[in-house]
Design a protein around this ligand. Structure first.
Ligand SMILES: [Zn+2]
Ligand SMILES: [Zn+2]
Length: 224
């Protein structure tokens, strides 16, 4: 008869002595990469257990994928701190946790005043077997019809309120920051896009101030 497996204790939280932090179910954590020189993995703690004596702690984690780890790879609209919540679960030793981190919703992330090393954001869930994303449609902006990359500066047309990348309206980022007024091609076909005046400043999203409230959608093809 096989030996009875030693029973393990499920814990709601656990003190990680090596980093002097307490982890709980639902926390986002950074885990040591198996490949030297690679950035830490980002994961969500789903469950924690130890052996009957309270040692040999293990965490069941759900991996967050970085864009470059997904089948479609990193695309232009992916933010530097973007991660996808995957369906890929793993059992890991709690010793491999290097620290805690924060995975914000997209809307919370763009409201952050500053982004720390341990700040990430997630707007997609990712199926690691098929490479599919959920949602598979997102709001798109600009003539290029791209989803919003919160790292990119955009300018807003004062007439139609659409947002544009400086490069898509033939401007450098520096020139876009200097704009007093901005009307897009459709709203100001005669004006060559620009009117100058000193009264007010054109709306330029100084990184992360753009709220994504638009519902216009475009099928977002993920296969490269
Ligand atoms: Zn564009
Ligand atoms: Zn316009």
């Amino acid at each position: 008869m096989p030996k009875q497996k030693a029973s393990r204790k499920q814990l709601k939280s656990y003190r990680l002595k090596h980093i002097d932090r307490t982890i709980q179910e639902g926390d986002a954590v950074l885990m040591r990469s198996s490949e030297p020189g690679k950035p830490s993995y980002v994961a969500r703690v789903e469950a924690i257990d130890t052996d009957a004596r309270g040692s040999n702690a293990k965490v069941r984690v759900r991996w967050y994928y970085r864009p470059e780890e997904s089948m479609g790879g990193r695309r232009q609209f992916h933010g530097a701190k973007e991660v996808f919540l995957s369906d890929h679960l793993d059992l890991q030793s709690a010793d491999t946790i290097e620290g805690k981190c924060k995975v914000h919703s997209f809307n919370s992330y763009i409201k952050l005043d500053s982004v720390a090393n341990d700040d990430f954001f997630c707007r997609f869930e990712y199926n690691s077997a098929t490479g599919a994303f959920d949602p598979d449609r997102v709001a798109v902006f600009c003539k290029c019809e791209m989803p919003y990359n919160p790292d990119d500066l955009m300018v807003q047309c004062e007439e139609c309120s659409e947002w544009f990348h400086p490069s898509c309206i033939g401007k450098t980022i520096e020139a876009a920051k200097q704009l007093d007024h901005f009307y897009c091609e459709e709203c100001a076909p005669q004006q060559h896009n620009l009117l100058s005046s000193n009264s007010t400043s054109a709306k330029v999203n100084a990184k992360r101030s753009l709220e994504v409230t638009k519902t216009r959608t475009k099928h977002n093809k993920r296969s490269s």
